[in-house]
Every structure is written in structure tokens, then in C-alpha cells.
Design a protein around this ligand. Sequence first.
Ligand code: SF4
Length: 213
Amino acid sequence: MPKDDEEYARPARPPDTSSLAEVREASSECTACHLYKRATQTVFGEGPKSASIMLVGEQPGDYEDVAGRPFVGPAGKLMDQALEEAGIDRSQVYVTNAVKHFKWEPRGKRRIHKKPNSREIAACRPWLEAEVRIVKPKLVVAMGATAAQTIFGPTFRVTRERGKLLSSKLAPRVLATVHPSSLLRQPDEASRQREYKLFVTDLRTALRAASEE
Ligand code: SF4
């Protein structure tokens, strides 16, 4: 891919509306950065407008790109299991990503996830801002470094701040934790179990925070 294509990004411009459906529709036409060119479709967030918790991940993966829905692949299934264990009903939360198109590179016949860069994240941020503005969740859960840095800036470290209730310009209450895909990358079963339990603990904290008046 030519370098200038990689660098092409300007802020997306969501419509000024309180309708999630209208914003979703507008996002399906977004060409604010080059990522739309190689992805199947925009993967906008989903969930009720009345959700008190908004979960934010990094970007859609291979499964999500094809399905057009967030968190439906292996990491999403693990997240669903953790949500259930934490007492959170997925159908009652709003789930989205910091970047709405799948960024990937070919490896043989496979499409391998590639981390979005700061220009792509900044270009896509207005869609997330629109989702937060319309849903007005009591708590945003930033899952993984990309989501957390989209909200708090590039110096934010999830390892230092995870599980704490923080505030940001984007949303008054934010809790940062790991991305569920990191649980799948653990080197052995013992670490996977340990990290999974910590993730569930963070989700329980999120539920308590979102239940407070
Ligand atoms: S990644 Fe975001 S900013 Fe870039 S084209 Fe897709 S929706 Fe638009």
C-alpha cells in the first residue's frame, strides 16, 4: 500500500442527530481514512440507546468485518462469558470499537489484524464521540490500549490504571481494562485463567459503578 494512502486521514463527520440509526447509516459511507478500502464494511456499535455501560474495544476483527457486528468472534465470545460471570447482560450494554473498519495485512490466505495508527484512531474518534453523546452511558469501559489511549491520550497505560474509576473529556466515568483478545494470547492455561478472573473482577467493578446513582 502506498505510503500516502496509509497517511490519508481526516476527522470523520457524523451528523448532528440524536438518532443512533442515522449515525450508524452515515458511518457506513465513511471514507475519512483509508481503512474502508480493504475492509468489507463499517462495523458500528450495537446495543440499546438506554445502556448504562458502553464497552469500547480496538477495532473489528476478521469475524466482525464479515458479520458487520462488533465482538462476535472468539474474543467476543470470551467477553460474553466474562460479562455473564460478572452479572452483566450483554443485550443491556452498548458495545463498540474505537476504530470502525478492520485493519489487516495478508499472510497467505489469512487476514491478520494490524494495529490502527494514531491518525486512523483520531480520524475515527468522532464516531465514538457521537455514540457516547447519544447513548450517554453512566460508565465507559475501555478495553485494551487502543481504546484507552483514544479516550485518555497516548501516554495512558492500562497496566498502571486498570480497574480504577477515572474521568475523561469523552465521558465523565471511565474504567480501563484489558482487551478480551489478550486473554486468548496468554502463553498457558494458568495465566489465561488468572487474567480471565482479573477481567471479570474489572467488569464487576464496572457494574457496581454503573449502578451507583
Ligand atoms: S476507520 Fe473510521 S475514520 Fe476510517 S474510514 Fe472507517 S469509519 Fe471512517
